[in-house]
Design a protein around this ligand. Structure first.
Ligand SMILES: Nc1ncnc2c1ncn2[C@@H]1O[C@H](COP(=O)(O)OP(=O)(O)OP(=O)(O)O)[C@@H](O)[C@H]1O
Ligand SMILES: [Mg+2]
Length: 225
């Protein structure tokens, strides 16, 4: 059993895109894989297929049914806001220990590889006292960190690396997923990250036509699990 936590320097950077690519690469190798997106915001039941949970389920070859959505994403909120704000709109709070326990139980029960997608960036609040960083720290899983190649990403990403290092969290791979329309060269961004990332593998993922497009980067990362 291998469990990997997929996080990012911010929202909309490419966590789900990378997770889908990794699922496909693992399945192509014949390796059992499952994926969770425990917390989802902006969730519209009628549009479940396009949600992160729906996209992950499709990559896994599972039906995008209400039962399957509830299995992989027990905490779904309607508002397209950070989880704590979205929960507040529904007069709910996020039970942090329950989120941690849910993941621990799934890790223990999953044969093969389990990918857990975080939510937003590294320090998105999950309530008044906890952030995604605390969630990752509690689980202590190896991380795949996704960053962009937009102007400003270098500072965001180096800040993230420093924070993760202070919590002694281990990064399997830092993936620079090319930001659409960015003037910043992808490979040069990767080289800058590599200069600051110590022994951590840093890979550049170009803009692909779709998440179903195979790319050697997915194979490369999957072979490290
Ligand atoms: N390398 C890439 N090539 C093509 N499209 C990409 C790439 N990386 C990300 N995208 C696209 O960018 C958008 C945002 O990516 P994605 O949904 O994976 O981000 P995320 O980090 O999971 O966001 P969220 O915080 O909402 O979970 C999606 O439409 C995705 O398909
Ligand atoms: Mg996502």
């Amino acid at each position: 059993m291998t469990a990997i936590f997929i996080t990012a320097t911010g929202t909309d950077v490419g966590k789900t895109f990378v997770a889908r690519g990794l699922i496909r690469a693992l399945r192509a190798r014949g390796q059992p894989v499952d994926a969770l997106k425990p917390l989802v915001t902006g969730f519209v039941p009628d549009e479940a297929e396009g949600s992160d949970s729906g996209l992950l389920l499709a990559a896994l070859g599972r039906p995008v049914s209400p039962d399957e959505i509830a299995r992989v994403s027990p905490w779904c909120f309607a508002a397209p806001l950070s989880p704590d704000m979205a929960a507040r709109r529904e007069n709910r709070t996020i039970d942090f220990p329950a989120v941690v326990d849910f993941c621990r139980d799934a890790i223990a029960a999953t044969p093969g590889t389990l990918l857990i997608e975080g939510v937003g960036g590294i320090m998105v609040p999950l309530g008044h006292q906890h952030t995604v960083l605390d969630w990752m720290t509690e689980l202590g899983l190896p991380l795949v960190v996704v960053a962009g190649s937009y102007l400003g990403s270098i500072s965001h990403t180096l800040t993230a690396l420093d924070v993760l290092d202070r919590r002694r969290l281990k990064i399997v791979t830092l993936v620079v997923s090319e930001t659409s329309g960015s003037p910043v060269p992808l490979e040069e961004t990767r080289e800058v990250f590599a200069q600051f990332a110590g022994n951590t593998e840093v890979v550049a993922l170009p803009r692909l036509a779709s998440a179903k497009t195979p790319h050697p980067v997915f194979e490369q990362i999957a072979s490290r699990f």
